[in-house]
Structure formats: structure tokens, C-alpha cells
Design a protein around this ligand. Structure first.
Ligand SMILES: Cc1ncc(C[n+]2csc(CCOP(=O)(O)OP(=O)(O)O)c2C)c(N)n1
Ligand SMILES: [Mg+2]
Length: 400
């Protein structure tokens, strides 16, 4: 038998797909000297930078993480903005700003010793957290990660509730037993989250499938970090979602680090969204510093899920502009990267766009910041004065 016949006559090169995917070469001979049948499909090439961070490209091939040194971000797209009214854009902007301003206050309070426990901030992540929730109905079930303050704000949590949580007060969302943003409320269709990473992906999916079985048109959405994509729950849930054509969206907030582990040491594929094909669903990688791109990607996924066309995997490339938590100085982040990131701050990018389009001006921005400052100061004073959880009640519901 000739080699060609043994190979089933397929020893030809396949056309490369997008992002360099799908290039095929003839399989090498095995140690037995017999070539395996079929071509070898080469995965998309991955580029690694010093420090172990992988270069990430969006669907059009643009480098979006980590952003090139010295490169300035392009203006946000007027075309994408057309899908939203001015009031909607301003509402999204206000949520992003509110998230940032609350976190600025949290940093101060933590340094003053008024907040105990870990403080995990979402600076750099606001566009993803806010835009994702903004595309949903308030009755769509969600679970929201530890850095997604902006998402909680869109779901209706108030500054008072957030600070009660940080101060571990009796009437805080978690009754003073946890100071992290593991917030949940069934009235808000926000299922809460737990510390073990990845666990809430199948839970949110199950909720979305359950509602579908009840004939409801709900869409389940949850987030995961780049690190948590290495857990079994991520893969099992996506496989299930694909098979069941579930009305489900998973947003990977790829902030390029999982604690001190850079993307290059976390996964071997070029992009996390490439995995979607393996689960029979669309996957996309978007610039998480461009709020219009995230709004567009999530809205497309929501429409698709609501129509019954199934799940979507969205990888939003964000940045963690602080350490893993406030006790971490992030000295492992390669020098210069944080400076390069600063130019791509998602809030600044959006504000520049809104101002250049005359949707926002400096006077209106200053007024809004003053209002937010008053609201936040009032919430801090009020929350700090609330009673702690003490006595036998403090141990209620604690099992370990
Ligand atoms: C199953 C599990 N393993 C380890 C941890 C400890 N841990 C908490 S956060 C974190 C890093 C998570 O990184 P990533 O998923 O990228 O999210 P990010 O913090 O960057 O938003 C780790 C390892 C955990 N909470 N759960
Ligand atoms: Mg991460």
C-alpha cells in the first residue's frame, strides 16, 4: 500500500483559518515508521512576551493585550455607538465611574484599617462588568465575580449596601460574615458567588436551562477570570451548554494574570475564545477597554440566546490595574506594562469618546463626579454607623 492510500489520500495542506488557525501538515512517521492517517492540524500560533504574558489578538487580528508599549488607543467607533441612545451611553458611563469612585474610596478605607480582609478591585475591568449587565433584562439570572463591582451596581446594589458589606455589618448582604463582593439576592436574580473559582459557571448555566424548561425567555450570564478557565467546571459547563443549546453567556475576563500567573503559563492556546468551537458555540475576543465593543458583543450574544440559538463564549481582554488584592504589590508584572495599560484605561477612553461626540462635557462630568462623591461619603458614614453582627447571630449559617 502506498503512503497516499494509507493516509486516505488526505496528505494535502488544509487552508489556514482566521488567526492562522487550521494550517495542516502531513503527519510525521510514528516510531513504528507508519504515518498516522490524515493531516496534522496546527493550532493558531501563540506569541509569548518576556515575563510570560501571551500576546492576544482580537477577531480582526489587532493586538489587544498587553497593549503595545507607547501605542495610543484608537477612538471608539461611532458606528457601534449608533445602537445605543445618548441616555444609555451616559448611564453606562455613570455606572463605570461610580464603580471606580467607590473603589478609590475603598482603597483609602482599607489603608486606614477600616476594612479588614482581602480587597479585590476591578480597576481596568469596569467596561466589561458594566456593559455585560447593561445588555440584560433585570430578570436574567447572573453570577458576578469578585472584581465586578460595576455589574453589581447595574443590578441595583447601592453604595450603602456595598460599604455595609465591606464593613462587615449585621445588615450587610452577607450579614457581616464576608467582606468580599460575593453578593447575591434572588429578588435581583443575582445568584451570588463563592470563593472556589469556576463553581458558579455550571450553577448559572443550570439556572438558565431550568428557566428555559419552564418556558421563560431568560438568558443566564456569568463571568470567569483567565485563571479559572483551567478548571474542570469551565469545560464541563461549556460542553453541556453547547449540547443543550442553552441560553447562556460566559464572559472570560482575561486580565492577563491569575494572581501572579501570567496568561502564557495559564493556557497553551492562542486565545481562550478559540475553545468555543470545541463546544459547538461561537467565541469572540474583544478589547475589554472599549466599552462599545463589549456592549456590541454581549448584545449579539443575548439576542442569539433569547432567540433559542444557544450559548456564546466572550473573551474580554481587560487589565488588572492593581495587584491581585490590595496586599499584593504586583511586582511580578513586567516593568512598563502597567504604564502602557494606563493609556488604555477604559473609563478615559469612553470619556474621550463621549466628549469628542459632544455627548458629555467637562461641566457635566465635574457635576456628576461631585454628585457621586456626595453619595459615596454619605454611604460610608451611614454604613460605618450600622451595628456589627455579634453574639450568637454571628455564627448562624456558618458550617465550617
Ligand atoms: C478552585 C480555586 N483554586 C484557587 C483559588 C485561589 N484563588 C483565588 S483568586 C485566584 C486567581 C484567579 O485568577 P483569575 O481567574 O484570572 O481571576 P482574577 O483574580 O484575575 O480576576 C486564585 C488562584 C480559588 N479561590 N479557587
Ligand atoms: Mg485573571
Amino acid at each position: 500500500m502506498t503512503d497516499k492510500k494509507r493516509n486516505g489520500g488526505t496528505a494535502t495542506k488544509a487552508a489556514p483559518g482566521k488567526n492562522g488557525a487550521g494550517a495542516a501538515t502531513t503527519r510525521p512517521a510514528t516510531s513504528y515508521g507508519t504515518p498516522l492517517p490524515g493531516p496534522v492540524i496546527e493550532p493558531p500560533k501563540r506569541e509569548l512576551l518576556p515575563g510570560g504574558v501571551a500576546l492576544i489578538r482580537d477577531d480582526d487580528g489587532n493586538v489587544i493585550g498587553p497593549w503595545p508599549d507607547g501605542a495610543s488607543p484608537p477612538k471608539l467607533s461611532r458606528e457601534l455607538a449608533k445602537a445605543w441612545s445618548k441616555d444609555q451611553l451616559l448611564a453606562v458611563h455613570r455606572f463605570m465611574r461610580m464603580s471606580r469612585e467607590i473603589e478609590n474610596k475603598v482603597i483609602n478605607l482599607y489603608r486606614q484599617g477600616k476594612i479588614s480582609g482581602g480587597v479585590y478591585l476591578g480597576r481596568g475591568n469596569e467596561a466589561t462588568a458594566v456593559a455585560a449587565l447593561y445588555c440584560l433584562e433585570s430578570t436574567d439570572p447572573v453570577t458576578i465575580l469578585h472584581r465586578d463591582l460595576g455589574a453589581h451596581l447595574v443590578r441595583g446594589w447601592t453604595a450603602r449596601e456595598i460599604f455595609m458589606q465591606y464593613f462587615a455589618k449585621r445588615d450587610a448582604p452577607n450579614f457581616g460574615k464576608d467582606t468580599g463582593l460575593h453578593l447575591g439576592s434572588l429578588e435581583r436574580f443575582s445568584l451570588g458567588t463563592v470563593s472556589p473559582l469556576g463553581c458558579m459557571i455550571p450553577v448559572t448555566l443550570g439556572c438558565a436551562v431550568g428557566l428555559k424548561m419552564q418556558g421563560k425567555k431568560a438568558v443566564g450570564l456569568t463571568f470567569t477570570g483567565d485563571g479559572a478557565t483551567s478548571l474542570g467546571d469551565f469545560h464541563e459547563a461549556l460542553n453541556f451548554a453547547g449540547v443543550w443549546k442553552a441560553p447562556f453567556i460566559l464572559i472570560v475576563e482575561n486580565n492577563q494574570f491569575a494572581y501572579s500567573t501570567p496568561t502564557g503559563k495559564q493556557f497553551a492556546c492562542a486565545r481562550i475564545s478559540d475553545r468555543a468551537a470545541g463546544y459547538g458555540m461561537p467565541g469572540t475576543t474583544v478589547d475589554g477597554t472599549d466599552v462599545l465593543k463589549i456592549l456590541n458583543a454581549v448584545k449579539t450574544a443575548v439576542d442569539r440566546a433569547r432567540k433559542g440559538d444557544g450559548p456564546t463564549l466572550i473573551e474580554s481582554v481587560t487589565m488588572r490595574m492593581r495587584g491581585h488584592s490590595e496586599h499584593d504589590d504586583a511586582s511580578y508584572v513586567p516593568k512598563g506594562m502597567a504604564d502602557a495599560w494606563a493609556a488604555w484605561d477604559p473609563i478615559n477612553r469612553f470619556e474621550e469618546y463621549l466628549m469628542s461626540e459632544r455627548i458629555l462635557d467637562q461641566v457635566a462630568l465635574d457635576r456628576m463626579l461631585a454628585e457621586l462623591s456626595t453619595e459615596i461619603e454619605e454611604a460610608v458614614d451611614w454604613a460605618f454607623a450600622q451595628p456589627p453582627n455579634e453574639g450568637p447571630e454571628a455564627a448562624e449559617g456558618v458550617y465550617a
